[in-house]
Write a protein that binds this ligand. Structure first.
Ligand SMILES: *[C@@H]1O[C@H](CO)[C@@H](O)[C@H](O)[C@H]1NC(C)=O
Ligand SMILES: *[C@@H]1O[C@H](CO)[C@@H](O)[C@H](O)[C@H]1NC(C)=O
Ligand SMILES: *[C@@H]1O[C@H](CO)[C@@H](O)[C@H](O)[C@H]1NC(C)=O
Ligand SMILES: *[C@@H]1O[C@H](CO)[C@@H](O)[C@H](O)[C@H]1NC(C)=O
Ligand SMILES: *[C@@H]1O[C@H](CO)[C@@H](O)[C@H](O)[C@H]1NC(C)=O
Length: 390
């Protein structure tokens, strides 16, 4: 199993350079796969054999497959520059090694490279991936990613673009006729705000993978100060009356997200600057049919999975017949108003003694800034330079 983890780490040329260069001498041999060692069935992958910390290609090299079910083409064949495999079949999955001949002495062959796992995806039915307790994770809290399948998988592999560089191997445990694996991540120590997928494979052929699960977006909340949420015409409406929920903030958020308690998905709308310098989005819920408790969040375009603290909860009650449907938003009503520079004229020092404000040391001011959305990706230039002078 440890062999497998090592080999999975060497997926692709750039990873090889980063993950493997310190394991041997100058002439350590590496096998790389482009564009990726994780290949969809029917796709293509290019293998190259490298030396000198991965900076040089071997012009002539041989390939070895570790398992017994050799794909005959590799036996005793010398490859030049690179080798393109494809269309890839499950028979191509497995670990490979290479050995190259040096240009200065063509009869001298290098040492055998570390193994590289070529994983072929799309062979089994996709597993499902869930976040527990949910995909909205409060900054500093821990989330469990749970991969499950209705067939028995001995292995699961988690894929992320940021949090782990390579597929993360998890042991599948029997669970109600299928398999399951949990992986807990603390959002303090990892940049979790991104998209995850998982794959499964059976015990005896670990590199023959399922299709990827549906993508799971993890959102970290609590990155910026909370917006405020209000209802028009008010939080209690007659059945059939049109309801608009307005989320607003003095922070220059690009997007607002409206969640309803008990609903898995959020509605998202672009923020529009208002004449009074706030940034707002109006969620038209249509004719009121059912009540619910709503919250909204703000985010910036540059970090779509990092959201503010939730607004205070807003209970909306409807006098009339209840229904289960979740209304979808129509286009946001365009607000009239002159776009203004972000309204960051005040620091959010609510709850603090005004005198204490004057006594803030630079260090505690930094702590205060973390509470202000103006410290977000779109910084509020004027205010930040003013505060720097305190
Ligand atoms: C490796 O070989 C490819 C051609 O297959 C070439 O484009 C590339 O520049 C070579 N890389 C190095 C570092 O020599
Ligand atoms: C590569 O192998 C071919 C024969 O297959 C040979 O003619 C050539 O000289 C070799 N090149 C190098 C750089 O070893
Ligand atoms: C997450 O990590 C931080 C920093 O290491 C720690 O203070 C916190 O207790 C951890 N949270 C959980 C739920 O383990
Ligand atoms: C994963 O975690 C959930 C919730 O804590 C638990 O019910 C489940 O049994 C765990 N599964 C495994 C395979 O550990
Ligand atoms: C700013 O204006 C919008 C309408 O343009 C209004 O809904 C909001 O309550 C106003 N906010 C403040 C703080 O006055």
């Amino acid at each position: 199993m440890s062999l497998m983890v090592v080999s999975v780490a060497c997926v692709g040329f750039f990873l090889v350079q980063r993950a493997c260069p310190h394991t041997g001498g100058q002439d350590k041999t590496f096998l790389s796969a482009r564009p990726s060692a994780v290949v969809p069935q029917g796709g293509h992958v290019t293998l190259q054999c490298h030396y000198r910390r991965g900076f040089n290609n071997f012009t002539n090299f041989t390939l070895y497959k570790d398992d017994r079910s050799h794909v005959p083409i590799f036996l005793g064949r010398i490859f030049q520059e690179s080798f393109l495999i494809g269309p890839v079949t499950p028979a191509h999955a497995g670990t490979y090694r290479c050995r190259g001949s040096y240009p200065h002495s063509p009869t001298e062959w290098s040492a055998l490279s570390d193994p590289l796992a070529i994983m072929v995806t799309g062979v089994h039915r996709k597993p499902s991936l869930l976040a527990l307790p949910g995909p909205l994770v409060k900054s500093g809290e821990t989330v469990t990613l749970q991969c499950s399948s209705d067939t028995v998988f001995g292995h699961f592999f988690l894929h992320s673009e940021v949090t782990f560089e390579e597929l993360l191997h998890l042991v599948g445990e029997l669970h109600g006729g299928g398999s399951q694996a949990n992986y807990s991540i603390n959002s303090t120590t990892s940049d979790l705000a991104e998209t995850f997928r998982c794959y499964g494979s059976v015990t005896h052929s670990p590199y023959v993978l399922s299709a990827p699960s549906d993508p799971l977006n993890i959102v970290i909340t609590g990155k910026y100060e909370k917006p405020s949420l209000s209802a028009q015409p008010g939080p209690t409406v007659q059945a059939g009356e049109n309801v608009i929920l307005s989320c607003s903030s003095r922070c220059s958020f690009d997007m607002y997200h409206l969640s309803r308690e008990g609903e898995a998905r959020e509605l998202s709308l672009s923020a529009v600057p208002s004449i009074n310098g706030t940034f707002q989005a109006d969620f038209p819920l249509g004719p009121a049919t059912h009540g619910g408790t709503y919250r909204c969040f703000g985010s910036f375009r540059t970090a779509p999975y990092k959201w503010s603290d939730p607004s205070d909860p807003l209970p909306v009650s409807v006098t009339g017949n209840p229904s289960r449907s979740w209304p979808s938003p129509t286009e946001p009503s365009s607000k009239t108003g002159i776009p203004q520079t972000p309204a960051c004229s005040d620091w959010d020092l609510s709850g603090h003694d005004p005198l204490h404000h004057l006594l803030l040391s630079p260090a505690s001011l930094v702590l205060q800034q973390k509470e202000c959305c103006c410290n977000g990706p779109r910084a509020c230039g004027g205010q930040n330079s003013e505060s720097g002078g305190l």
